[in-house]
Design a protein around this ligand. Structure first.
Ligand code: FPP
Ligand code: MG
Length: 308
């Protein structure tokens, strides 16, 4: 069930506080996610799906979708099913990313990874189950807007997941492991697909649900592409500078797995400066919206100063 009586968030220049905003939105998203996936049969697979879907995290992707829909005047409950679906897709990509056949990680969001708890067979199927359910959930639970917007959102999600998005980015990422000749251009393509594509889908799906004009869509896509890349640059930096406790996943993994990263190519300082420049360009896209865009602006700025 999707929430039906959510209050809109009122934002004004004088009282906007990002922490409060993120806390409130996260609370709504957690509740909606919990309600989105009740235990069914066979219980084992539902438990495995819920284990990772409800493992916490920043919930940045759903929040971006809700914030974009609200920026363009849509009620956040209209976008809640899509917001949940984006988190389902993100979660399934992490379950599969952590598998022994890929990054072979034991911890995620401060908990044992899905395959460590349920076994590899169930972890693969839990990921598949979440991916399929994401599309079903949007189609079944998005109410009170024209069907063509919902079809567009389904297409956006499919494109972000596929060989031109997460899947393609992950293939390139795995191919580049252990290689010393990965250029900044290749690395940027990997990250634009592996991380950027879904972040862009969060923003563009929220925009489409709100009936965005083509001008809105192109501005907001540029915003999202920039914050997507900045997000990944900071991820690479945190892998070197943060602890396992701070990250909730094994720190230093990029180095031990011989991954290509921005700090390896440019050093930490230049990488940080590059991320800040990307965020500045992202925020510039929001100027036309005035103070209504404060949440998206603050989220972009948060991305470069986050610690996990
Ligand atoms: C984490 O990256 C992984 C991703 C952002 C996505 C991985 C994509 C897949 C496994 C494809 C999933 C399949 C479908 C159908 C969507 P990372 O390893 O750099 O970060 P980490 O340190 O958090 O693991
Ligand atoms: Mg990984």
């Amino acid at each position: 069930m999707v929430q039906t009586n959510l209050k809109p968030t009122i934002v004004s220049d004088s009282n906007f506080d990002l922490n409060t905003y993120l806390e409130r939105k996260k609370e709504l998203v957690e509740k909606a996610l919990d309600e989105s996936l009740p235990i069914g049969k066979p219980e084992k697979i539902y438990e495995a799906m819920r284990y990772s879907l409800l493992a916490g995290g920043k919930r940045l992707r759903p929040i971006l979708c809700l914030a974009t829909a609200e920026l363009l005047g849509e009620k956040q409950n209209t976008a809640m099913a899509t917001a949940c679906a984006l988190e389902m897709i993100h979660t399934m990509s992490l379950i599969h990313d952590d598998l022994p056949a890929m990054d072979n990680d034991d911890y995620r969001r401060g908990k044992l990874t899905n395959h460590k708890v349920y076994g590899e067979d169930i972890a693969i199927l839990a990921g598949d189950g979440l991916l399929a359910y994401a599309f079903e959930y949007v189609a079944e639970n998005t109410k009170n807007i024209p069907a063509e917007r919902i079809v567009k959102v389904l297409a956006i999600l499919g494109k972000a997941v596929g060989a031109n998005g997460l899947v393609g980015g992950q293939v390139m990422d795995l191919d580049c492991e252990g290689k010393s000749d990965v250029t900044a251009e290749i690395l940027t393509t990997i990250h634009r697909n592996k991380t950027g594509a879904l972040l862009e889908a969060c923003v563009s799906s929220g925009a489409v649900l709100a009936g965005a004009s083509s001008e809105d869509l192109s501005r907001l896509s540029i915003y999202a592409q920039n914050i997507g890349l900045a997000f990944q640059i900071i991820d690479d930096i945190l892998d070197v500078t943060a602890t396992t406790e701070e990250l909730g996943k094994t720190a230093g993994k990029d180095l031990s797995a011989q991954k290509a990263t921005y700090p390896k190519l440019w050093g930490i300082e230049t990488s940080q400066a590059k991320a800040e420049e990307l965020v500045k360009d992202a925020v510039a896209q929001l100027a036309v919206y005035g103070e209504k865009a404060l949440p998206l602006q603050a989220i972009a700025e948060y991305i470069v100063r986050r610690k996990n």
